[in-house]
Design a protein around this ligand. Structure first.
Ligand code: SAH
Length: 356
């Protein structure tokens, strides 16, 4: 297969003026292009009519204007909207719009598949196919933003959206693309989004968190933990578990301190595996008196596995151990179950002929 051209949104907006000069055009054409890409969300050459035709043709020799084609949009009973996008190489990724109390949250993917092999995760099943490019990450947000403009949640007014990297893939395993996407999200000549409205959710693979720290960006951070000591964590998170629990939590605490933002620790509750009281006690011991809160997420059961969600009483007992130790702990239930909105499930359903 011939290599795909870069997308226009694979490149940070501040680089365009220089590139325009290299193409023999004046610098201001770069600002014009960025305007079309990020203020006007243009996805085809024809829309960008303030750029001379011959310049558009030269750009088209080396770039594609869009890399995502929406193929499925489903709306769940609770208002959650799930999207499946086809990429230029035929791969697919999922994104979700979740109506929160005061705003919409966009849940986006960073990779096709994932290499982390977490036991409980649907995306992990087929392994990693490839990382998304920055443009493929940015276009997800722009598609969802357009959907929200066309079909707003009336109760939200115009309070905008937050972005969380909780879709398919491990963002810190596709670091360079995620870094560029973050730059495009936050640049004033990009999407102009406050980094306070962006959340990176990570299983904390080895070397991932130190690289994030180097960016010194005050994005929100969620750590998917799954085990509060090293041996326990590796049972459910074999790859990310190679980074020690202490190392991951120290990096998370440093992020919280530096950016004055509490870090969320996400803990999936699997019956008989991650819901023992002793595990809650260990989790309390490693999180207490630190700038963390814990989100407890009863497993969203997968259809190809015998892992079960923890029962209500165990969830409450687990939470109680944490709150008694002074650790803020909240129970989170996944939205959009009826449309396969959780964690890589829609893509898998689509990949299996005969399934609904
Ligand atoms: N790789 C990143 C982002 C994707 S997973 C990460 O690990 O954070 C996003 C969240 O979904 C994580 O908190 C993960 O623990 C949770 N998750 C994954 N599969 C799940 C399942 N089957 N049920 C409930 N939560 C799940």
């Amino acid at each position: 297969m011939t290599a795909l051209k870069p997308l226009l949104r694979d490149i940070v907006p501040s680089a365009w003026p220089e590139r325009m000069v290299a193409l023999g055009a004046p610098r201001y054409r770069g600002r014009q292009l960025a305007h079309w890409l990020y203020d006007r969300s243009a996805t085809d050459w024809g829309a960008m009519h303030t750029l001379p035709r011959d310049l558009r043709e030269r750009l088209a020799d080396s770039h594609d204007p869009a890399g995502l084609e929406p193929t499925i949009r489903r709306v769940a009973d609770d208002g959650t909207r799930k999207f499946l996008f086809r990429l230029r190489d035929g791969q697919t990724v999922e994104s979700v719009i979740i109506p929160m109390e005061n705003h919409a949250t966009f849940c986006i993917s960073s990779q096709v598949g994932c290499a982390m092999a977490c036991r409980f995760c649907a995306t992990a099943r087929g392994g990693l196919v490839r990382g998304l490019t920055p443009g493929e990450i940015v276009e997800q947000v722009q598609h969802l933003a357009r959907d929200l403009v066309d079909d707003p949640f009336p109760q939200h007014g115009d309070r905008g959206f937050n972005v969380v990297f909780m879709g398919m893939g491990e963002p810190l395993d596709n670091f360079d693309a995620v870094r560029t996407a973050l730059e495009i999200f936050t640049a004033p000549e990009g999407l102009g989004l406050s980094s306070r409205r962006i959340q990176i959710s990570t299983s904390g693979p080895p070397h991932g968190l130190p690289r994030l720290a180097e960016l010194d960006l005050p994005v929100g951070l969620t750590i998917s933990l799954g085990g509060a000591d090293d041996a326990d964590r590796r049972k459910v998170m074999p790859v990310s578990g190679k980074a020690g629990v202490a190392e991951v939590l120290d990096a998370a605490a440093e992020h919280a301190r530096r950016h004055n933002r509490r870090v969320t620790i996400a803990w999936v509750l699997i019956r008989g595996r991650t819901d023992h009281i002793e595990q809650a006690t260990t989790l309390a011991a490693v999180t207490r008196d630190r700038p963390f809160k814990v989100n407890l997420i009863p497993l969203n059961e997968l259809d190809d596995d015998d892992l079960l969600a923890s029962e209500g009483a165990s969830v409450l007992a687990f939470q109680r151990v944490l709150t008694d130790a002074g650790v803020p702990a909240f129970i989170r239930v996944s939205g959009g179950r009826d449309i396969g909105a959780a964690c890589g499930q829609l893509r898998r359903q689509m990949a299996r002929p005969g399934s609904s």
